[in-house]
Write a protein that binds this ligand. Structure first.
Ligand code: SF4
Length: 317
């Protein structure tokens, strides 16, 4: 079968490097800003890479490699750095409303190991550091994020800017099983601390919350308390979303590591990738109660940066 579109581009992408089982490529992109579906808390997403070396067993973003005619498990072994990311962003930013929220890292971790070498996320942040009046957030589970505190401070002076660090559990052994190549939970908490100390608005997301694995009151409570103690101001999460491409990796993982949960999960996800409203309602109430206990809030950062009202009229009026 002849490959077309993104699958053809992927098959022709030049190999940048191969490390362990991981291969790195560069892939051309037509655009860097992707519009989200309605009802999302942000209007646009930016993913500087395709694929993610952290290899989380529950990762919903594996479907992005299926677009390239690849297997779900190649998502963590074939990493594509988007070419000309900063150049594309400079061109595209002028066409979108400044009030639109932009999230970096919704389908790949922007601070996975590839970022150490290719720096695409930092290049993107440098574009935002020269901008004003945007609403920007980053989602990551990597402590490499603190490398860019200098440029983040610049962004936060004139844009509403916040970071969400994902921590599913404080238990290092469980984290190693669920997120084999991601930094340890204590390293992520330390990143929260450093970001908060640098004056960056930071929160912790325990996403995805997994029934019978990370959803207990005790586990979420410990995580919220540790997050608050590290300087997080937001805390919020939702249940595991398990579409077929993610099930291909997650169910064999459950069979190996949590065989007693296999039947329950098969029932829970038999009809949909989403959990039913009863479970979702109970979980939302539990998370809300815990959040309130520690004085944390939900959602994206919302504040007025140092350069805002004074310059808005002059710059955009
Ligand atoms: S860090 Fe995020 S994008 Fe990367 S594998 Fe884990 S869930 Fe997927």
């Amino acid at each position: 079968m002849a490959l077309v579109g993104i699958a053809r581009l992927a098959s022709e992408s030049p190999l940048l490097e191969a490390k362990r089982a991981v291969q790195y490529f560069e892939i051309p992109s037509r655009s860097i800003l992707n519009r989200t579906k309605p009802n999302m808390p942000f209007r646009w997403t930016i993913n500087p890479y395709r694929g993610c070396e952290f290899g989380c067993k529950y990762c919903y973003a594996r479907y992005t490699h299926e677009f390239m005619e690849m297997e779900a498990d190649e998502f963590e072994d074939k990493i594509y750095a988007k070419a000309s990311a900063a150049h594309l962003l400079r061109q595209e930013l002028g066409r979108i409303d400044r009030k639109d929220g932009i999230a970096i890292g919704t389908a790949t971790d922007p601070y996975q190991p590839a970022e150490r070498r290719y720096g695409r996320t930092r290049e993107i942040l440098e574009v935002f550091a020269r901008d004003r009046g945007r609403h920007l957030g980053i989602i990551s589970k990597s402590d490499l994020i603190v490398r860019d505190i200098d440029v983040m401070q610049e962004i936060a002076r004139a844009n509403v800017f916040g970071i969400h660090i994902t921590i599913t559990t404080l238990d290092p052994d469980l984290a190693r099983l669920l997120e084999p190549r991601a930094p340890r939970p204590d390293l992520r908490l330390e990143a929260v601390r450093k970001l908060a100390e640098a004056g960056i608005v930071v929160g912790v997301n325990p996403n995805p919350i997994m029934p019978g694995i990370t959803d207990s009151e005790r586990s979420l409570d410990r995580l919220a308390k540790a997050s608050r103690d590290a300087g997080a101001v937001t805390f919020g999460g939702g249940p595991l979303f398990l579409m077929p491409s993610a099930q291909k990796v997650f169910f064999p993982f459950l069979e190996r590591e949590f065989p007693h949960l296999v039947e329950r999960y098969r029932e829970l996800y038999a009809r949909s990738a989403y959990l039913g409203k009863d479970y979702k309602g109970e979980l939302a109430a539990r998370v809300r109660k815990i959040r309130d206990r520690y004085g944390l809030v939900s959602g994206m950062a919302d504040y007025r940066p140092e350069i805002w009202v004074e310059e808005q009229g002059e710059l955009f009026g």
